[in-house]
Ligand binder design. Structure first.
Ligand code: GTP
Ligand code: MG
Length: 333
């Protein structure tokens, strides 16, 4: 059988970069949308601070990690030090506060794995989810944003991968495929392997965050790293080709865990991720950069792993042979 693993990239790959870049640009939120997001954050912070003066509202997820598409919902996290109230009580109280502030479509989801309040703001038309004291998500959001600022190819690559995953319906955790957060981490891992990104958690820390008595640290003076990947001249379309090639033919699904915390792959054996434990099957292993016992691939089951791998292969073949990969790649499933 033809060995696809060592197959060279098509000779004309770089010609497609301008077309992929214009898709990226069409997905980025406008300045107007960003100022609406800020406006909503200010409105909600004022409202909530009246009731809880010592609380603070943080943006996390795609609106703050720089990998957000236009028209995405805003993920907010309320940090509040209130020992008398349970998380569920805080969620219910928060829903009351929002009601009084004339926000709409308010729903308190108290039984979810991460309890949240959903709402829609009639002034900006934006929707958002607010969770409580989920500060590790705020820290991982900063890590992703810091990585995005080191090299100008990071955002286009991750946007295109997310856009592909959404188009092909493999961005649905409830159906056993991967979260956007997992895809961004896969891109960072891949760029680390190409020496286009460093490993921020492997460097002398300049940033520290304490969450639930654990200290998380990494190097965050990313302006000092702006030339890091400059030696590597690969264009965005070449990187996209190589990303899919890696997940289709090169990644060792039986043995390896990808880890942006260490900047390399580590063995499943070392993490004891070799067998199914409860619902965690570890069929594709993506270590969370901070919660290292947490496999972001845990949602993938024995059926959806093949859906995913077939999609990676389809994408790799399109990037290799298709006359219009910038169109075919994103054709709906
Ligand atoms: P889109 O909404 O699809 O554009 O992307 P998103 O960046 O908002 O991604 P997602 O909805 O997957 O996750 C939102 C945020 O929640 C992420 O940026 C993380 O900060 C956090 N998060 C999501 N999944 C996990 C997880 O499994 N573990 C942890 N610790 N944090 C997570
Ligand atoms: Mg989101």
């Amino acid at each position: 059988r033809y060995d696809r693993r060592n197959r060279p990239c098509r000779y004309d790959i770089d010609l497609f970069t301008p077309r992929f870049m214009s898709i990226f640009e069409s997905l980025v939120p406008s300045d107007e949308e960003i100022s609406k997001q800020k406006q909503l954050l200010t409105t909600l912070s004022r409202l909530i601070n009246k009731e809880w003066p010592n609380s603070k509202l943080y943006v996390y997820g795609s609106c703050a990690n720089s990998f957000g598409f236009s028209n995405s919902d805003i993920d907010l996290c309320l940090s509040i030090d209130n020992t008398e109230m349970s998380k569920v009580d805080i969620i219910l109280k928060l829903a009351d506060i929002l009601h009084a502030g004339n926000l709409q479509n308010i729903q308190a989801l108290t039984r979810a794995r991460v309890p949240i309040v959903k709402l829609m703001d009639p002034n900006t038309g934006l929707s958002c989810d607010i969770c409580v004291n989920n500060l590790l998500a705020v820290v991982n959001t900063k890590l992703l944003r810091d990585y995005s600022q080191i090299d100008k190819r990071v955002r286009p690559l991750a946007f295109l991968v997310k856009h592909w995953a959404k188009s092909r319906c493999v961005n649905e955790t409830y159906q056993g495929t991967l979260s956007s957060y997992a895809y961004v981490i896969m891109c960072i891992h891949f760029l680390q392997s190409q020496r286009i990104l460093p490993c921020l958690q492997g460097m002398e820390p300049t940033y520290y965050a304490t969450v639930d008595n654990n200290v998380y640290a990494f190097f965050d003076q990313v302006d000092k790293l702006s030339g890091f990947g400059a030696q590597r001249k690969d264009t965005v379309s070449r990187l996209l080709w190589a990303f899919f090639h890696y997940w289709a033919y090169k990644h060792n699904y039986t043995k390896d865990v990808i880890s942006i915390r260490t900047g390399r792959t580590i063995s499943k054996n070392m993490k004891d991720w070799t067998r199914r434990v409860g619902n965690d099957r570890h069929l594709i292993c993506i270590e969370d950069p901070f919660e290292t016992s947490h496999d972001l691939g845990r949602v993938v089951d024995s059926r959806s792993i093949w859906t995913l791998r077939e999609e990676f292969e389809r994408a790799a073949e399109i990037m290799q042979y298709d006359p219009i990969p910038n169109v075919t790649l994103f054709e709906p499933h």
